[in-house]
Design a protein around this ligand. Structure first.
Ligand code: 0A1
Ligand code: ZN
Length: 881
């Protein structure tokens, strides 16, 4: 494990390498505890580089076993090897030379899951961001691109499957007990995209014919016996390949595309060239074991990794500061794909909810950083919501500002201009400027300024003049290291809705630029005046969430109800309902804290129930509307001094009020939304199931009994209904015999399927209330819990810390204390996992003082521990700053 050195990497220090890598030739002799790697690397000194400069290669916990220069042994005086680097002197001024580096590593002992490791007897690699240096000494940075030839030699019986990037060259029996396989990847790539997988795996196969008529072999490898559960992933892959051709003109570029599902993986999946490695959670699905949400995630992540082939692999990042160049863009692309496969407005609502609940708190807390940071201590800690989700929003805003055609032209230019290169965010944005002729220099600030902008709006109608004035003001709060912010170019999609629901078409506008239905806010404050407006309009602003900002717009109840009823933008209808809900939820939290009765505005309840019962609206949309803002959302809206118990109690009371008023509607929905026939993961049926599930949750408030959920549990014929009813039972009536019986029967039925048992862990880890901690501790003793497996740890410890506000934020601080102990226990084995789970405490300063102090103590305990990894030390240090 890399322990903290306190070293900071700065973007300003970037310079190209002194040596150019021409070719990479790797031979792996696999052994579970002693794998030999022979790396033959051909370099030449970059033109103009001082001939006295040595070549410095990166390593991480490596030991050099052999070093040849042009096939001849090097003398010890010519190099220095440490576990972290290999420095070689006396190299030629101009001519290319070959280095042969031999290292031995122990995959079995690799618990960090970075570099080459073993998972359930399978060899597997993870090299992004800096894992390749754990395999061999190498210039391990994304701007060093080369073609790779890979030879894998291994025990024949144990490794019938031996895979790497690129096209298969050949392979066969090698000697009696061993076999070999050789792969060649002609596309120059950085080391973070290298992959090797070997072991005994099952496979499903298919083919795809590309737009130019080439046939590509598609293979998905899974553990034996799980093949049928990979069928949906295969289907999603083929749809992704087709979609990228149709929407971005991108064709696949090798003869073969392979996916491997493994059970130990730190993240969701990895886009290694031609050989994507997946957390099996995002590959395996069947109706009995996967929920609608699991299916949607599989579709999205399969697409995401596939889309990286062009946005990330063919065009990669110059350095890790540019991470959002590939991640933000690829998330934008997978969101577009899912919108096309499913319902666009519902997908947008879900994405915005995710952004607000996970990225906004990051941007508003101690871990805030710009989408393109200018320094880091540990790059692993920058695979964040800001890089991914805010990064995607930024590309979305470029599309909004440029319009569809110019956006596509800019993307085409990007692919044409930068194919095969490692580039910067500046290079990317320049393509859009060049393709559209639009100046994006002010817009660029989105990449370098952290924090969620606040936009305040107010409107004034002048009946006599027939004008409407919309006044806007923007500020971006200070964030760590950035006290002052410049105004941003904020594209706000808008509509002026008239009494009859139609959209006003003003004759002219002054005060700023408007293109189509997009208003360009570029100053700190700006007033737009519209002429030819015949009656007072209701403003629908930031439609479809065209910009990731916090909008403060004091709109009357009537205006919000008008938007909720009439806006042609479904996203805005949902937003209006949320804006109606939030003051009720916030007031309810205050009332609960003060021991007062909670009341709920009848106009809000009526608007919500009207939406719920509106059969012209798709069920998935209605389910989103009925799913009230989460406890974390309410905490954010309250802004500080938060008491999670009061927020929980207030939200529960609001639910009860809605449930009582709408019991009839919910009974009707519960009956009408029942899906008949065989299970299909398609969006239509999934939407019905989700609306039925929300109706059930309200009915449980109205009826105050576990009965209906117990019946739903007994009747469920798919995992979505099963997990939904089990969650409701366990969360609402944890002590009822119906809940205990259902939890027990679920366990018996799915014992032996760890991914389903993860659901069983998560459901129990999120049961609200003070008992949760003891429950989680007891579950950690369960033999099905494996502290070495990231999915298990996330489903129990992670879900508790991230998803159980009342249980985790116990006023006695025991939840934080428990987390501190867990972090310290996980860190030595898997620092990445520890650091990520620790970010669950990022909003600790917005808690009320007693809890905040307890949280601070727990964080200090972590900070003071000896031998922390760079990962954890970096996060805890920033959180306490
Ligand atoms: N590039 C992957 C995410 C990823 C990042 C780091 C990893 O290991 C530390 C693994 C995967 C993606 O965006 O899907
Ligand atoms: Zn990605």
């Amino acid at each position: 494990m890399r322990t903290d050195t306190g070293q900071i990497v700065h973007l300003a220090d970037y310079r190209p390498t002194d040596f150019v890598l021409e070719r990479v030739d790797l031979t792996f002799e696999l052994d579970p505890t002693n794998t030999k790697i022979e790396a033959r690397l051909i370099f030449h000194r970059r033109e103009g580089v001082d001939a006295s400069l040595p070549l410095v290669l990166d390593g991480d916990e490596l030991k050099l076993s052999g070093l040849l220069f042009d096939q001849k042994e090097m003398s010890a005086s010519q190099y220095d090897a440490t576990p972290e680097s290999l420095t070689i002197r006396d190299l030629p001024a101009e001519s290319p030379f070959e280095l042969t580096i031999t290292t031995y590593i122990n995959p079995e002992a690799n618990t960090q899951l970075m570099g080459l490791y073993r998972t359930n007897g399978v060899y597997c690699t993870q090299c992004e961001a800096e894992g390749f240096r754990r395999i061999t000494y190498f210039p391990d940075r994304p701007d060093v691109l080369a073609p790779y030839t890979i030879t894998i030699i291994g025990d024949k019986a144990a490794n019938p499957v031996m895979l790497s990037n690129g096209n298969f060259l050949g392979g066969a029996g090698y000697d009696e007990g061993r076999s070999f396989a050789a792969w060649f990847d002609p596309h120059p790539k950085p080391a973070y995209l290298f992959a090797l997988v070997a072991g005994d795996l099952g496979v499903i196969e298919d083919t795809f014919e590309t737009m130019s008529g080439r046939e590509v072999a598609l293979k998905i490898y899974v553990e034996h016996g799980k093949e049928p559960r990979a069928a949906y992933a295969m289907d999603a892959l083929k749809r992704s390949m087709k979609w990228d051709e149709e929407h971005f003109g991108r064709e696949y570029d090798l003869n073969i595309f392979q996916i491997v599902a493994v059970s130990d993986f730190n993240m969701g999946a990895m886009e290694n060239k031609g050989l994507n490695v997946f957390n099996d959670k995002y590959v395996l699905a069947d109706p009995e074991t996967a929920t609608d949400q699991d299916y949607a995630n599989i579709e999205r992540i399969i697409a995401h990794e596939y889309f990286h082939n062009w946005t990330g692999n063919r065009i990669t990042c110059r350095d890790w500061f540019q991470l959002c160049l590939k991640e933000g863009l690829t998330v934008y692309r997978d969101q577009e794909f899912s919108s096309d496969m499913r319902s666009r407005p519902v997908k947008r609502i879900a994405d915005v909810r995710h952004l607000k609940s996970d990225q906004f708190p990051e941007d508003g807390g101690p871990l805030a950083h710009p989408p393109r940071p200018d320094s880091y201590r540990e790059i692993n800690n920058f695979y964040t919501m800001t890089i991914y989700e805010k990064g995607a929003e930024i590309t979305g805003m470029i599309a909004t500002i440029l319009g569809r055609d110019n956006f596509r032209k800019g993307m085409d230019l990007y692919f044409e201009r930068h194919d095969g290169q490692a580039v910067t965010v500046e290079d990317y944005v320049k393509c859009f400027e060049d393709a559209s002729g639009r100046d994006l220099s002010q817009f660029f600030r989105w990449y370098v300024q952290a924090g969620t902008p606040l936009v305040s709006a107010s409107g004034a109608y002048d009946a006599a003049a027939g004008t409407f004035t919309l006044s806007l003001e923007q500020t971006t709060p200070a964030t760590p290291g950035q006290p002052n912010k410049e105004p941003l170019h904020i594209p706000l999609s808008f509509a002026l809705i008239l009494d009859n629901g139609s959209i006003a078409e003003p004759t002219s506008v002054t005060g700023g630029e408007i293109t189509g239905d997009v208003l360009h806010l570029t100053e700190r404050s700006q007033s737009f005046t519209f002429s030819g407006v015949s009656s007072r309009p209701v403003v629908s602003l930031n439609r479809s969430f065209s910009a990731p900002v916090n909008l403060v717009f004091e709109q009357s109840l009537e205006d919000l109800v008008h938007i909720a009823r009439h806006d042609s933008d479904l996203f805005s209808r949902w937003q209006a309902l949320t804006d109606l809900a939030m003051p009720n939820l916030a007031q309810a939290a205050r009332d609960a804290r003060d021991g007062k009765d909670v009341t709920c505005d009848p106009a809000f309840v009526a608007a919500l129930l009207e939406c719920a019962g509106d059969a012209s609206l798709e069920p998935a949309f209605r389910a989103q509307a009925l799913n009230l803002p989460s406890e974390a959302d309410i905490a954010r809206a309250l802004g500080g001094n938060n008491d999670p118990d009061a927020i929980h109690a207030g939200r529960k009371a609001v639910h009860e009020a809605i449930a009582k008023a709408g019991e009839e509607v919910f009974v009707r929905l519960y009956n009408e939304m029942k899906v008949e026939g065989a299970y299909s993961p398609k969006a239509g049926d999934a939407g019905k199931r989700s609306l039925r599930g929300v109706a059930l949750s309200y009915l449980m408030y109205a009826e105050n009994s576990p009965q209906r959920a117990a019946e739903a549990f007994a009747a469920a014929d798919n995992m979505t209904d099963l997990a939904q009813s089990l969650t409701l039972l366990a969360h609402r009536f944890p002590d009822a015999s119906e809940a205990t019986a259902a939890l027990a029967s679920f366990l018996t039925r799915f014992d032996g399927n760890p991914l389903v048992i993860d659901k069983w862990f998560s459901i129990q880890a999120t049961i609200p209330g003070v008992d949760a901690l003891e429950r989680v501790k007891a579950l950690m003793e369960n033999p099905r819990f494996n502290p070495g497996n990231p999915n298990r740890v996330r489903s129990l410890v992670g879900t508790f810390a991230f998803g159980n506000p009342t249980g985790f934020n116990r006023v006695d601080g025991k939840g934080y204390d428990f987390l501190a102990d867990q972090i310290l226990a996980i860190d030595p084995k898997n620092p990445q996992l520890a650091a990520r789970i620790l970010t669950s405490m990022r909003s600790w300063r917005s808690l009320e003082p007693v809890r905040a102090e307890q949280a601070r103590l727990a964080l200090s305990k972590i900070a003071k521990a000896a031998g922390l990894s760079t990962d954890v030390s970096d996060i805890v240090g920033r959180m306490l700053k």
